[in-house]
Design a protein around this ligand. Structure first.
Ligand code: GLP
Length: 241
């Protein structure tokens, strides 16, 4: 595992985007695992800039988002579909048929959707580079503490802390989804390369536990210690002092 500590969030975003851009240039039909949340926003902005100014070409890239709220239509402004569209896909040339996000629409057969999604990843040849953030409770994607390291794409209940952290994005508590579809820990560990991003002091404790605690299902992010090709990029604030 390589850990890179950057002086600030902007540098973290630039380093992450540089790494993704290098991977895309080396393999134009790269399969990317993509995260949402605040942490990757700067990386997406920098990738958009590289697309516009440095001819970074996404026309053959395939993308698989890591998770989506369940019970929310793709058109809902707080859906991860909407996030990806407004923050990234509208500004680069990823082809719509190459962009995959779990469908958490109300009324969907969620178990079937999870199976379909996991199969889609497998049938595409697997994820080459999976980028992931970390929750304050150590979750990765929506794999909450206690998630099996053998888990694959499935429906999960969100932890109280995760629901609390989602408060700012929703109008009221009733609107916050309590369930999600997420790729599993095993799905994440199957990726050829993993890039974990963490920014800000609120993530310092989770990162410390993920990187230095014994590997345990009570700290989902500690699973990355089991992978042989991981890069972690932290900003200075996310490093424990
Ligand atoms: C949510 C997402 C995760 C993300 C985490 C951290 O729980 N499902 O994929 O890593 O939030 O988000 P942020 O980067 O906003 O702190």
């Amino acid at each position: 595992m390589r850990v890179l500590v950057t002086p600030d969030y902007r540098t973290l975003s630039e380093e992450a985007a540089a790494l993704v851009a290098r991977a895309v240039r080396m393999k134009p039909d790269l399969a990317l695992g993509l995260p949402t949340g605040n942490t990757p926003l700067g990386m997406y902005e920098e990738l958009i800039r590289k697309h516009r100014q440095e001819e970074l070409d996404f026309s053959r890239v395939r993308t698989f988002n890591l998770d989506e709220y369940l019970g929310i239509a793709p058109g809902h402004p707080r859906s991860y579909h909407a996030y990806m569209k407004t923050r990234f896909f509208d500004h680069v040339n990823v082809r719509p048929e190459h962009a995959h996000i779990p469908d958490g629409s109300p009324g969907i057969d969620a178990a079937l959707e999870c199976e379909r999604y996991e199969n889609a990843i497998r049938d595409s040849g697997g994820i080459d580079l999976l980028i992931v953030g970390i929750g304050t409770n150590g979750h990765i994607a929506f794999n909450e503490p206690g998630s099996s390291f053998d888990s694959r794409t499935r429906v999960v209940s969100l932890a109280p802390e995760t629901i609390q952290n989602a408060w700012k994005h929703f109008a009221n508590e009733a609107e916050i989804p309590k369930h999600a579809i997420t790729v599993g820990i095993r799905t994440i560990l199957d990726a050829r390369h993993i890039l974990l991003l963490a920014a800000g002091p609120a993530k310092a404790e989770a990162i410390e536990r993920a990187l230095r605690s014994p590997v345990s299902e009570s700290v989902p992010a500690s699973a990355i210690q089991l992978h042989s090709d991981v890069i972690v990029i932290l900003d200075e604030a996310a490093r424990r002092h």
